[in-house]
Design a protein around this ligand. Structure first.
Ligand code: ADP
Length: 585
């Protein structure tokens, strides 16, 4: 009973009965030599072998799970993704899901591990939450190697003359500008003390002294590359194009200039294969690539989706954050890179978030829910539905069929649910109530049927803009049509960069990966509902040459979140007898 037990206890109870991953993979048609076992319950899948073997097989139906603008508590996208795979599984359909691998930062901090919740979870929970098969570790080794290469190079260039450099290692001076270093180190925790640091504090042999920083591992460009890479060759090329720093004339210095792109890719070979786990009810769940939707693409990997679409009739993938951020990137970046065409998008809504959009105070993670959330308030829910309808319209602009899933909490009332149904149906969406958190797949049958029906309808999938459109026109389109802004303003720096990018034949063809708070449709997290009469302010524009994105940044986004005063690690422990981990969520 999830109303009485924490997620980790439910996961542990279910893990007593879970099937070996070999059996799950076998049922999905994965052959023994395509399966790379990591113990009994976790495996990697050799993407290349599967895609080669099944290249002529048509893809299954492709479903994205997105959400309304969430409260800081999250509205259950991962939980609903697991609920849908369980519901379709209960209906006897051949279904898979793909979710993102959690980061150690949020897992040990406030948000938890994002395995879903209640009876809709991905298991086994402990390996899922604590590093899985080492992909994030590989990303850290790969990324940090570029910083090792950079700093050593700067030290040697400082300590030796041109002739000495040539004689010792055949190197030509790169003239790296220490005040213009793009990259920092990464670690997979939220550690505010590492946001601004000095390195190389010893003598001449102890590295080059410079200011530096750490970001959270999942914000690495290497993670973004893992999410979009087509294959190993594509990954090698992208990693080699990561810009690490600039020289004193302002010319970019890439990992290939530092001759480290090959070694960085070597760390990533295994990581490129998607991981396979299972839902609490034994459906196959791919877990691949990471969650930092803030600045990166924030999607599970293209490879996991391509493999899953070959193996199943229905594949459900989750994109980070609400439809304005997560779905927009799924639509205009991920699908553009993959060439895949979605059939339907699920917009997850909760009564609590609708109440918040309608006027209730914003809940704070780790604190008790404000008392305004107790009891029925149909007025707030109706007012909050404006936010839901805005996101329904966004999905319709992509030309695909929206299904609103009301992710039911046991405290929701019939009148509140009826109000959402009425308003969302009037806006042209299918609506399903789903009780997967409380009852697993049995509670998600209406939802499973609605998604199946939506997938059977014809659709007219189209991008919001094509890549010929100049950068500022694209940003304008996203801001007006997806966020509901009146227009866009730029800082002087951002404007200068936008002009430079528009004039550059290479950069102007890169995808646009917007950065904005997910807590509001606007760039101000305090504005709920559908804010009106506002303009998007683009403060900075970054280029991720390797991942292939131009990143317009609206608002302040930290690459290194901080650990709060009541972090989750305080409740995590191990049972010394069994070795089982307790307290994860
Ligand atoms: P998201 O993926 O949107 O960030 P999650 O699926 O991680 O959200 O859910 C956030 C939290 O809310 C989790 O702790 C989960 O257990 C809880 N949760 C989700 N759905 C429900 C529900 N229907 N009832 C109660 N708790 C829920």
């Amino acid at each position: 009973d999830p109303t009485k037990n924490p997620d980790w206890k439910i996961a542990q109870a279910a893990e007593e009965f879970m099937k070996p991953i070999k059996e799950i993979a076998g049922d999905l048609g994965i052959t023994d030599d395509e399966l790379l076992l990591h113990g009994h319950y976790v495996a990697k899948v050799d993407y290349k072998k599967v895609l080669d073997r099944l290249k002529d097989k048509p893809d299954g139906k492709y479903v994205d799970v997105t959400a309304i603008t969430p409260t800081p508590l999250g509205e259950g996208k991962s939980t609903t993704t697991m609920g849908l795979v369980e519901g379709m599984g209960q209906r006897g359909m051949n279904v898979t899901a793909a979710i993102r691998q959690p980061s150690g930062g949020p897992t040990m901090n406030i948000k938890g591990s994002a395995a879903g919740g209640g009876l809709a979870q991905c298991i086994p929970l402990t390996p899922f939450s604590l590093g899985l098969t080492g992909d994030i570790n590989a990303i850290m080794n790969s990324h940090n190697l570029a910083m090792v290469a950079l700093n050593a190079r700067m030290q040697h260039e400082r300590n030796y003359t041109d002739e000495q450099l040539e004689r010792l290692s055949g190197m030509k001076r790169l003239n790296i500008d220490p005040t213009n270093v793009e990259m920092g180190f990464i670690i997979d925790y939220c550690c505010q003390a590492l946001r601004n640091i000095m390195i190389g504090m010893g003598g001449r042999a102890d590295g080059f002294t410079m200011q530096s920083r750490f970001g959270i591992a999942v914000s690495s460009e290497v993670m973004a590359i893992l999410a979009v890479a087509k294959d190993l060759k594509d990954m090698r090329e992208r990693i080699g194009k990561i810009v690490v720093a600039y020289d004193r004339t302002g010319k970019p210095i890439t990992t290939d200039d530092l001759q480290v792109g090959g070694a960085m890719t070597a760390w990533m070979v295994e990581a490129l294969n998607p991981n396979l786990l299972q839902s609490l009810e034994g459906q196959p769940v791919f877990v691949h690539a990471g969650p930092f939707a803030n600045i990166a693409i924030g999607q599970s990997s293209i490879l996991a989706d391509r493999v899953a679409l070959k193996l199943s009739d229905y594949h459900i993938t989750e994109s980070g954050f609400g439809a304005d951020i997560g779905f927009e990137k799924f639509w205009n970046l991920k699908c553009r890179y993959s060439g895949l065409k979605p059939n339907c998008a699920v917009v997850v809504a909760t009564i609590r978030a609708l109440k918040c959009h309608g006027g209730a105070p914003i809940p704070v993670p780790g604190k008790p829910m404000p008392e305004e959330y107790n009891g029925e308030n149909v007025g707030w829910v109706e007012e909050g539905c404006k936010n839901l309808i805005h996101h329904i319209e966004t999905v319709k602009k992509a030309g695909i069929n929206p299904v609103v899933c009301i992710n039911a909490f046991y405290t929701d009332t019939d009148n509140e649910i009826a109000a959402v149904r009425r308003l969302a149906e009037a806006a042209g969406a299918r609506v399903a109530l789903s009780r997967h958190w409380e009852y697993g797949g049995e509670g998600a049958l209406e939802f499973a049927d609605a998604v199946k029906d939506a997938c059977e309808e014809e659709n007219d999938f189209k991008f919001l803009y094509d890549l010929e459109l100049p950068l500022r026109d694209r940003i304008d389109k996203i801001a007006k049509e997806v966020y509901g802004a009146d227009g866009v303003d730029y800082s002087d720096t951002a404007l200068a960069k936008a002009k430079k990018i528009e004039a550059d034949p290479e950069l102007s063809k890169l995808g646009t990966c917007m950065v904005k708070t997910h807590l509001s449709l606007s760039d101000n997290p305090a504005l709920k509902g559908v804010p009106e009469g506002w303009r998007l302010f683009v403060r900075e524009i970054l280029t991720y040459g390797g991942a292939g994105f131009v990143v317009p940044v609206a608002g302040t986004i930290s690459l290194m979140p901080g650990t709060g005063s009541n972090p989750a690690f305080r409740r995590v422990d191990v049972d010394p007898e069994s070795g089982k981990v307790t307290g994860l969520f």
